[in-house]
Design a protein around this ligand. Structure first.
Ligand code: CTP
Length: 407
């Protein structure tokens, strides 16, 4: 059966040179079985005629909020209720700004406001406009309201610039829409162990050494792995986050406790994702009683903790291991070095200088594996975790296939 059979999709088109690709997108959506109703902004009509899209979708094209004839057909509220998904491609910088501020000054923005349907946006604009703080803030606002942001892609632009801002290709957008309606579960049957959060290394009964990790990234990774069908065990240091639904949870405090819990659960695991900011050093001794201030200086003697990731990797050759690296400089160089030293399969590196990453809701990652690397640009940690897991699933699949080929 056609993959989108029975799905009602409003395809919004805003003004931009990428609007010419929306004709092909309309054709692909209709071919996949979807009922498509196109809604064009005034700007879009400067790039593409409604007649073309009417022919391709087989339905009248909606262009105006205040058109009595159109309202007598399928009115805008009816259209907003009809949609299973509103996909806007291309989504211009102007449209993103209007949507993020909740405006309803034309038909498309009104539809978005009047609809409870999920919203998917395929941004397309000049790379400088995409990078502008205003656009990035709008994207974050829309993501926080659960809009699905598809792209943009990097590359050469119509204006001659090179950078992020190209609309994804129609086939890529079709694949994203198909995935939206039938989320695949490529990790079904796979057991994933995730470590997250900071550890606390006790100095005495009331004091400890710790770090700024909030656990947000690790919890988002656990949720993303679960959404892909994995059985997930989350071994977490102390954080103030809700445990993701459906995830097995093990609370620990110290690096030693995290090691022991991870070891216990790694036996059953196929994959280990080490997001925890484990203390590298712990006090040589923990005082039984509160340390009193008796001198002007206090010297602490610290000893190295066990590297959980490297240990489990060495103990369990069958475990696919993904590490994290937090660096303040030379991000890629240090990440590649860590990948080799710990002999792990993938590493996700982020810059933590100047208040970035730790305890923030957004982050960006450089993801590196033996024969490849990719940049995941700044986005919410939830979106980042999903994007990271897509890469992890791909590399895990390759790794499994090459192991099976060897045996
Ligand atoms: N890690 C671990 N156990 C430790 C320390 C780190 O499992 N005792 C894991 C982290 O969860 C993360 C990765 O190893 O996935 C981080 O590597 P690490 O070399 O410890 O990073 P840094 O502390 O940044 O190392 P360096 O001081 O070498 O920069």
């Amino acid at each position: 059966m056609a993959s989108l059979h029975g799905k009602s999709i409003v395809l919004g088109i805003s003004g931009g040179i990428a609007a010419y690709k929306s004709a092909e997108l309309t054709r692909l959506l209709a071919k996949a079985g979807a009922e498509v109703r196109v809604c064009m902004t005034q700007g879009a009509q400067a790039f593409m005629t409604p007649l073309t899209l009417q022919a391709l979708s087989g339905n009248p094209v909606h262009t105006s909020l205040l058109d009595p004839a159109a309202e007598a057909g399928m009115g805008h509220i009816e259209l907003a209720r009809w949609a299973d998904l509103i996909l806007i491609a291309p989504a211009s910088a102007d449209l993103l700004a209007r949507l993020s501020s909740g405006m309803a000054d034309d038909l498309l923005s009104t539809l978005c406001l009047a609809s409870a349907a999920p919203l998917a946006l395929a941004p397309a604009m000049n790379q400088q406009m995409w990078k502008h703080a205003a656009t990035q803030a709008n994207i974050r606002t829309l993501q926080a309201r659960a809009a699905l942001i598809l792209g943009p892609a990097q590359g050469e632009q119509a204006c001659g610039d090179v950078g992020p801002g190209r609309m994804l290709e129609p086939a890529e957008l079709l694949a994203a829409v198909e995935a939206h309606f039938s989320p695949s579960q490529p990790l079904q049957g796979v057991q994933v162990l995730v470590t997250a959060g900071p550890t606390r290394e006790a100095l005495d009964p009331v004091r400890f050494l710790s770090n700024r990790s909030s656990g947000k990234m690790g919890y988002a990774v656990a949720a993303a792995a679960h959404a892909l069908g994995a059985r997930v065990t989350l071994v977490s240091g102390p954080v103030s986050l809700a445990v993701p639904a459906g995830v097995e949870y093990v609370a620990v405090e110290s690096a030693q406790q995290m090691l022991e819990a991870a070891r216990t659960h790694a036996g059953m695991a196929d994959m280990f994702i080490a997001t925890a900011a484990v203390a590298d050093y712990t006090p040589e001794t923990t005082a039984d009683h509160k340390i009193k201030k008796s001198s002007d200086t206090l010297t602490l003697v610290l000893t190295r903790t066990t590297d959980i990731l490297a240990t489990l990797r060495a103990e369990q050759p069958e475990l696919f291991c993904v590490g994290f690296a937090a660096e303040t400089q030379n991000l890629l160089e240090y990440a590649r070095d860590k990948l080799r030293r710990k002999r792990i399969h993938m590493i996700a590196a982020n810059l933590v200088a100047d208040g970035r990453a730790f305890d923030q809701d957004h982050n960006a990652l450089e993801v590196v594996w033996a024969d490849g690397a990719t940049t995941l640009p700044e986005m919410s940690k939830q979106a980042l975790a999903r994007a990271l897991m897509t890469l992890v699933v791909a590399q895990f699949g390759r790794w499994k296939a090459s192991r099976e080929a060897r045996t």
